[in-house]
Unconditional design. Structure first.
Length: 169
């Protein structure tokens, strides 16, 4: 038994030495040369240059979709408000002022204004004219389609049916 102890101790010392060598190999600093860093930076620059136009197109489309959803939401709100208040409401599309106003049709009291001047969109005049009415029943006085263009002239449409339903397409 006494003869085995030094052999076991020697094996443990060798294992510890191997472990220390492995740790030392992992801790050896490896430097990068200036040319390697410059090549990596050039590749990153090329990828960023190629990605920028795609990001700008994505941002333009997203901004137009968001503005279209906001306009449709305002139309839906006007319909719900007309039913809740049991009165006719008028939505006026002011293309020169770049805004959409919601008013009581009879009294003319201003209820809400949506400005799209800073949204990067152009709103065509609705097919039913600049004024859109919602009756107390929630029905629209006339069916209309509103065409919305983004900066790249891509088209989004919002359609209001005679029943008052608002659909984005």
């Amino acid at each position: 038994m006494a003869a085995l102890l030094p052999e076991a101790a020697r094996a443990q010392v060798l294992e510890a030495a191997d472990l220390m060598d492995a740790i030392a190999r992992l801790c050896v600093p490896t430097g990068k040369s200036l040319s390697e860093i410059m090549v990596v930076m050039a590749i990153v620059g090329i990828v960023a240059t190629m990605a920028t136009p795609a990001y700008q197109n994505f941002h333009t489309r997203l901004q137009a979709r968001s503005a279209t959803a906001e306009i449709a939401s305002m139309l839906r709100m006007a319909r719900q408000l007309a039913m809740a208040r049991r009165e006719r409401l008028m939505i006026r599309f002011d293309r020169s002022g770049h805004n959409i106003t919601l008013r009581e049709a009879d009294a003319g009291t201003l209820l809400n204004v949506y400005s799209y001047a800073d949204k990067g969109i152009v709103v065509d005049e609705p097919t039913g004219g600049p004024d859109l009415f919602f009756h107390a029943s929630g029905r629209s006085a006339s069916a209309t389609t509103i065409v919305i263009y983004d900066r790249d002239h891509r088209r989004n449409t919002v359609t209001v049916s005679l029943t008052g339903r608002v659909v984005i397409s």
